[in-house]
Design a protein around this ligand. Structure first.
Ligand code: FES
Length: 558
């Protein structure tokens, strides 16, 4: 990189002698100052298993950076653990943390004169936060995933955290006893790493490969596998090659790469959160991407991965079957991928996939596109008079596709959860939870506690849920989220009253409230916004954030 290195402006010459003093104090030598200054951004935290080991992985990344001729320094960004704050006030900070992570990385990388960087993530929001920062800063960078946790076993039954959440509903409904409840608590998460199914973290890790910002094959090895260390070293080396070649994230994250990510999301029945994150990544990359794009892709891609919650397999099972490249190769063979999209290696994804060898596994989680696991895509986009700007439905994890039911409206998840507990939610109900959108909550909390309670109580096929909040990747059942506009800004979901008829049709792509327009207008004339008074971060976020249909972003417009 020679003198064109940005770090030269921070650390070379007499004027910058004091700056060098600070890095000499942490071990830098004369030789280090001539090398590309490289940040290893560690989304590390001991508060939960997902990012528990990330500092150790960062050390391996530094080995790779050194081998490639760089001078690495580890810097932190934050982690908010989604599983621990599920159903609590803390969940409001989950999506907010995505923005904080991107902003923190911008500050870390730009304030210290780094020439390139690599982000190491794990839990749900650390991944899109890192990728958003990659395209925002548009300087050489690579993403490395920390890896999945392993499933536990209760006898022959494989457990994940999804079982732990659903066990609560099953216990309340009297379907399991105290002993089974206790065993599920003890056995469902035996290692560090992220939640074990194709929930949001593993969805985003697979998508990072499809986007081309991570090395192929790096998503699926478990957090505890020695292959993680190898991918960490390789990712460090790959970053140094990207710096030499001058490959920048916006060369990689083009519309074609985002298209590949959408295809992969639909084909895996991944987490609905990925829609928010891809919209936000596209926004930061300056690429036009809308819910209409997701809708078009969803109409031509079937589900070819039988991963939890849509199927029975975990991320470790996918790893044994070849990981994300095995899925991507099936999609490529069916002509569903845009093969010329560049990756961080400087090679197009099609060529990378041709070189990648995948084990022959039968009876595993991956199906052919011509004989798919499910004939339709994993997620559908819905529009209608209840969601004029769109809503999302994870149809891949639902048993029914059309539903007509009677609304039971709540202004918080806690009220709805209490209603499930006391048996007030009955077959045929559509549970509506509003004022939990990006501005309303604020922070658009996930609803796994209530959705798991509904499924755990055996009501998954008989009760639907509609919300301007969002869902965990572990959510299953007929659950419609991201309803836009949200109630806090006067979206029609604010006008729903108990007893209204709501229709959900995933084939038609519609969500409607069967109430006369004049009645809705009369209700609107009586509606006024709820006062939102939040200090600090929550208040700042509520003032800045866009609607879910635009990715719930706080930066820009660009
Ligand atoms: Fe972190 Fe599930 S709580 S990945």
């Amino acid at each position: 990189m020679g003198d064109a290195k940005r770090s030269s402006a921070w650390y070379s010459g007499v004027d910058n002698l004091p700056h060098r003093v600070y890095l000499r104090a942490v071990g830098f030598t004369d030789a280090d100052f001539g090398k590309p200054l490289t940040a290893v951004v560690a989304a590390w935290s001991e508060a939960g298993p997902c990012n528990y080991h990330v500092l150790r992985l960062a050390d391996y990344v530094k080995d790779g950076v050194r081998e490639g001729g760089g001078a690495p320094l580890t810097v932190p960004t934050i982690v908010v653990n989604d599983g621990i704050n599920m159903g609590t006030e803390g969940m409001r900070y989950s999506l907010i943390s995505r923005e904080l992570i991107a902003d923190t990385i911008e500050a870390q990388v730009n304030s210290h004169g780094f020439d390139g960087w690599i982000g190491v993530g794990g839990c749900d929001k650390t991944q899109p936060g890192i990728i958003m920062a990659m395209v925002r800063l548009n300087m050489p960078s690579v993403y490395l995933y920390g890896g999945t946790g392993e499933g536990g076993y209760l006898g022959e039954r494989q457990l994940t955290v999804e079982d732990a959440f659903e066990a609560v509903g099953a216990y309340i409904a009297g379907k399991i006893g105290e002993e089974e409840l206790r065993l599920i608590e003890e056995l469902s998460f035996p290692t560090y790493g992220t939640c074990q199914g194709l929930f949001t973290a593993n969805t985003m890790a697979i998508i990072a490969e499809a986007l081309g910002v991570s090395l192929l094959g790096s998503a699926s090895p478990p957090a505890t596998s020695s292959r993680r260390a190898r991918y960490a070293v390789e990712s460090g080396r790959a970053l140094m090659r990207a710096m030499e070649l001058g490959i920048r994230p916006r060369d990689v994250v083009t519309y074609d790469a985002l298209y590949n990510a959408m295809v992969t999301l639909m084909a895996t029945a991944g987490s609905t959160n990925a829609i928010l994150h891809l919209l936000a990544i596209a926004h930061e990359a300056g690429v036009e991407l809308t819910l209409e794009d997701f809708d078009r892709v969803s109409r031509k891609v079937p589900v070819i991965a039988a991963l939890r919650p849509a199927g029975p397999f975990t991320m470790v099972d996918l790893d044994r079957a070849g990981g994300a490249p095995a899925i991507l190769r099936k999609l490529k063979s069916a002509g569903l991928l845009r093969e010329d999209a560049l990756t961080v290696t400087g090679e197009p994804i099609g060529k990378e996939l041709d070189r990648y060898s995948v084990p022959a596994v039968s009876g595993g989680p991956i199906y052919d596109v011509s004989s798919p696991y499910k004939p339709h895509a994993g997620i559908r986009i819905l529009w209608g008079n209840l969601a004029p700007e769109g809503a999302v439905l994870k149809v891949g994890a639902a048993d029914v596709c059309r539903f007509r039911g009677e609304a039971l409206a709540f202004d918080s998840e806690a009220e709805a959860f209490e209603a499930v507990k006391r048996g007030a939610v009955r077959p045929g109900n559509v549970v509506v939870i509003r004022y939990v959108g990006p501005k309303g909550a604020p922070g658009m909390p996930e609803m796994l506690k209530i959705t798991a309670a509904i499924v755990g109580a055996g009501l998954g096929s008989e009760v639907a849920l509609v919300t301007d909040g969002r869902f965990s990747g572990a959510t299953r059942g007929l659950m419609v989220g991201h309803v836009s506009p949200e109630a806090a800004v006067g979206g029609p979901i604010a006008l729903v009253e108990d007893g209204d008829t709501i229709l959900i049709d995933c084939e038609g792509g519609t969500i409607t409230i069967d109430v006369d327009r004049s009645v809705l207008e009369e209700r609107r004339s009586r509606w006024s916004p709820k006062p939102v008074e939040h200090r600090g971060l929550l208040g700042k976020y509520a003032r800045l954030v866009s609607q879910a249909s635009r990715g719930a972003v706080t930066s820009g417009p660009y």
